[in-house]
Design a binder for this molecule. Structure first.
Ligand code: J2J
Length: 539
């Protein structure tokens, strides 16, 4: 098995420790510290479950023992695909306690994605819920295990079917629990938004990730009286760490897990649990703004609504305070590291028109033109960053690492931004060819590769189109061969292939041919841009 690493050069690591960003804490040590300080305080609410810090910790420890007794070994990777249920937290803290390494998958992922994560991470375990949202994850696990036999242990929250139930794990021995991890160890693998090709795995250490959510909790002014609602799928980096469930637990706040981010599911929880802060992607924020004026539920406890993952337009942003009676916080972050926030006491104009500024004084931000020269202050350019919680490399992916990182360790975000005089960033667009569909990033290349697998597809180019609700939707331009398939049949075929639903193109347009030049084919990038231009000009 390839070792998991995330290595900052010694001088940087020393600086980040000296400045107190990295404090030598681990997930296990911080949870234990909360248990010592406030054992009986309510920490996690999900469905019928209401757990104190002590109960969360006790459950995590039991799971840790059980998972090791099952046969998982120190350092093994375990794909975790759970919806927003309390067990998400007992499972991941249990994995940390056993020094097993979670690989976070989204509930929307299907066999194509899970097989890819399991293989790339060389995972030996897979933890799922029995069913969620009408989908049976045990059937998915059977399919995945057929392709990845190394995935020896499948554990199910609920009815286990042919697998092991989380509640029926063997009783493992407390003495078998390992010493706590080193703070510089990789704690888990997060999934990249997939800007080109398949998703990459992002190794995050205890040191760097805990810094990012501890500082985020401070920026969001979380206290033990705060109540954080995880509305988005909690495996996403945003609700996980900005400040997310981990930042909330770190601050001694309470976490409420919503089964769905819809107003119907979330509003009653806000009223019942006195939720003070939550985070949404822009399309959901719009739905909430639409539903709030007529809801019978009391939303007055809400103090902060965070919006991020995709650009929130100023005209929508302006409506948050008058409609919801709370402060908007824009969040511009990435699973690779850098997170920017507007601050709660910023002038309203800054809050509605910018995507905020970095967490850390040591987040280095470069804004460069295509030749790599700094752009004049206030002009748009490519954002590169380096800092105490931004990775230096993806897991086991030399090709991507050579493209995504400069020799001196800056991460090329692919985002085009400008910096205002007060240091706040405004996202202008991006250099890459992915589609940001309601905050889910889709690689054009990955979808094109799938489409090319269809016998009646000769060539395909996938582009983003502006969409009033989603922000962007995906459109596949296709040159057919033989019989032209029906768009609906092609979409159904992609789903059957085992692709997450959000990756199936929203729109399919059949064309006779693609542009070529005298010298041959234009680049994929130019081709996508020209198809998009031509389509929008005709619309
Ligand atoms: C425009 N684009 C944005 C924003 C992210 C907090 C919040 C979000 C993410 C996230 C995250 C944007 N305006 N406000 O991990 O901790 C686009 C950019 C960015 C990419 C990263 C967090 N907020 N984006 O969205 O890894 O293009 O992380 O590079 O999923 O989302 O996507 P992801």
């Amino acid at each position: 098995m390839r070792p998991l690493q995330q290595v900052w050069p010694t001088a940087f690591a020393a600086r980040y420790s000296d400045k107190g960003y990295w404090r030598g804490e681990t997930f296990t040590s911080f949870l234990r510290a909360r248990v010592a300080a406030m054992p009986d305080r309510l920490a996690v609410i999900g469905g019928e479950q209401r757990w104190s810090f002590a109960e969360l910790d006790a459950r995590a420890e039991r799971l840790a023992r059980g998972l090791l007794a099952l046969g998982l070994k120190l350092g093994d990777r375990v794909v975790v695909q759970l919806p927003n249920i309390a067990e998400f937290l007992s499972v991941v803290f249990g994995l940390f306690r056993a020094r097993l390494v979670p690989v976070y998958a989204l509930p929307a992922h299907r066999s194509v994605e899970i097989v890819h994560f399991a293989r790339t991470a060389e995972a030996r375990g897979y933890i799922i819920a029995d069913r969620h949202d009408g989908f049976d994850y045990r059937a998915l696990a059977q399919e995945v295990c057929g392709e990845v036999p190394e995935l020896a242990h499948v554990v199910v929250v609920g009815e286990a079917g042919p697998f092991t139930a989380l509640d029926a794990l063997p009783d493992g021995d407390a003495a078998a629990l390992p010493e706590d991890a080193e703070p510089s160890d990789v704690a888990f693998l997060q999934i990249s938004g997939g800007s080109t090709g398949l998703s990459k795995l992002i190794p995050r250490t205890h040191d760097d990730y805990i810094y990012s959510f501890r500082a985020s909790a401070e920026i969001c002014r979380l206290t033990p009286d705060s109540v954080y609602l995880a509305a988005l799928p909690v495996a996403h980096n945003f609700p996980m760490s900005s400040p997310g469930v981990f930042g909330a637990l770190y601050a001694g706040s309470r976490v409420v897990l919503a089964p769905s981010p819809s107003p119907e599911a979330a509003f009653p929880l806000i009223a019942r649990e006195g939720v003070t802060i939550t985070g949404l992607v822009p399309p959901l924020a719009l739905l909430w703004l639409q539903a709030a004026p007529t809801t019978p539920h009391d939303l007055s406890s809400l103090e902060v609504l965070q919006v991020g993952g995709a650009k929130f337009l100023a005209e929508s942003a302006r409506r948050v305070r008058p409609v919801l009676g709370c402060t908007l916080q824009q969040v511009f972050g990435m699973a690779e590291g850098l997170v920017n926030y507007t601050r709660l006491d910023d002038p309203e104009e800054t809050i509605v028109t910018t995507q905020g500024r970095p967490i850390s004084p040591d987040d280095e931000v470069l804004i460069l033109d295509d030749e790599g020269r700094p752009v004049p202050e206030g002009e748009a350019g490519n954002l590169l960053t380096r800092g105490p919680y931004t990775i230096r490399a993806y897991h086991n992916n030399d090709g991507a690492n050579a493209r995504a990182f400069t020799p001196d360790g800056f991460y090329r975000t692919g985002d085009v931004v400008k910096r205002m005089l007060d240091g706040n960033l405004v996202v202008q667009g991006r250099a890459g060819d992915h589609i940001n569909r309601a905050g889910e990033k889709i690689s054009a290349e990955e979808i094109e590769d799938h489409l090319l697998g269809h016998p009646n597809v000769f060539d395909a180019a996938v582009v983003s189109l502006p969409d009033a609700f989603l922000g962007e939707r995906s459109c596949a331009f296709i040159i057919a061969q033989g019989e032209t398939p029906k768009a609906a049949a092609l979409k159904a075929w992609m789903r059957r292939r085992g692709l997450a639903d959000f990756k199936v193109p929203d729109q399919i347009v059949f064309v006779d041919g693609f542009e070529t030049t005298a010298v041959g084919k234009v680049s994929r990038k130019e081709l996508r841009a020209s198809l998009r231009r031509r389509f929008l000009a005709q619309a």
